[in-house]
Design a binder for this molecule. Structure first.
Ligand code: SAM
Length: 226
């Protein structure tokens, strides 16, 4: 049984995919997809020993060793050309780490037809990387679970660079159109957070006024989108 967050990532993995789940930890996502006969093959990539062992235990516990391979590797180094991977999932990390992993693994992306990414923070960093590297966003979801708001970004390669406004990069082109309850919740709490920070800066001495202005500009940018 997957969390709502991972179930939403799973939904965007195509049927019969050959997938690589990078930073898989317990390999819950590929294990669930394999048990539901949704995928052909999966790599569960992990850079850390403990999580790698968690993945191994989950895979062998479900007798999935023929379908899922746990690999101890940094980022996309877990993928070999001969694996014929077509889908990559990366969930539960910050946007900077996700884009660093994609950037460092660029050479492994030529045969990929879909990326399913779930940045915990900094989704605008992921969107910027996608645009710069000839991926277009084909779907997005935002959901709230256990007092956190999560965003899932689905992207596919394109020949011509996709064009998005600054607002679409920040909010997500689909999420901005949809303006769901979870979306409003996320950005309202971001505004509250920035207002709180401004209050504290104004009370403290020696905070340059430019810094405070920067936060106020960020608030107006967000308010324009809501
Ligand atoms: N993907 C799972 C999920 O969404 O529930 C687990 C998320 S867990 C918070 C992040 C995992 O990413 C950790 O197990 C960590 O070891 C792994 N990780 C971090 N950097 C990585 C890298 N460069 N390559 C592979 N795995 C990485």
């Amino acid at each position: 049984h997957l969390s709502k967050r991972l179930a939403t990532v799973a939904k965007y993995v195509p049927d019969d995919a050959r997938m690589a789940d990078i930073g898989s930890d317990h390999a819950y996502l590929p294990a669930n997809l394999a048990l539901n006969q949704r995928i052909d093959f999966a790599i569960a990539g992990e850079v850390a020993k403990g999580p790698f062992q968690n993945a191994q235990a989950e895979i062998s516990g479900h007798q999935l060793t023929k379908q899922i391979e746990a690999r101890l590797a940094d980022g996309l180094a877990a993928i070999e050309l001969s694996d014929r991977i077509d889908t990559i999932t990366i969930a539960g990390m910050g946007g900077t780490l996700i884009s660093d992993i994609l950037e460092q693994g660029k050479s492994k992306l030529s045969n990929i037809s879909r990326l399913v990414l779930e940045p915990n923070v900094g989704s605008e960093i992921v969107r910027t990387w996608l645009v710069d590297n000839y991926f277009e966003i084909t779907a997005e979801e935002i959901l709230s679970e256990d007092n956190h708001v999560y965003e899932i970004i689905v992207a596919e390669p394109v020949d011509l660079k996709a064009i998005y406004s600054d607002q679409e990069i920040l909010f997500g082109p689909f999420l901005l159109k949809e303006k769901s309850a979870a979306f409003n919740e996320k950005w309202q709490s971001q505004i509250n957070h920035l207002n709180e920070a401004i209050k504290q800066m104004e009370q403290a001495s020696k905070v340059p006024s430019e810094k405070i202005e920067e936060f106020k500009r960020e608030i107006s940018l967000i308010e324009e989108g809501l």
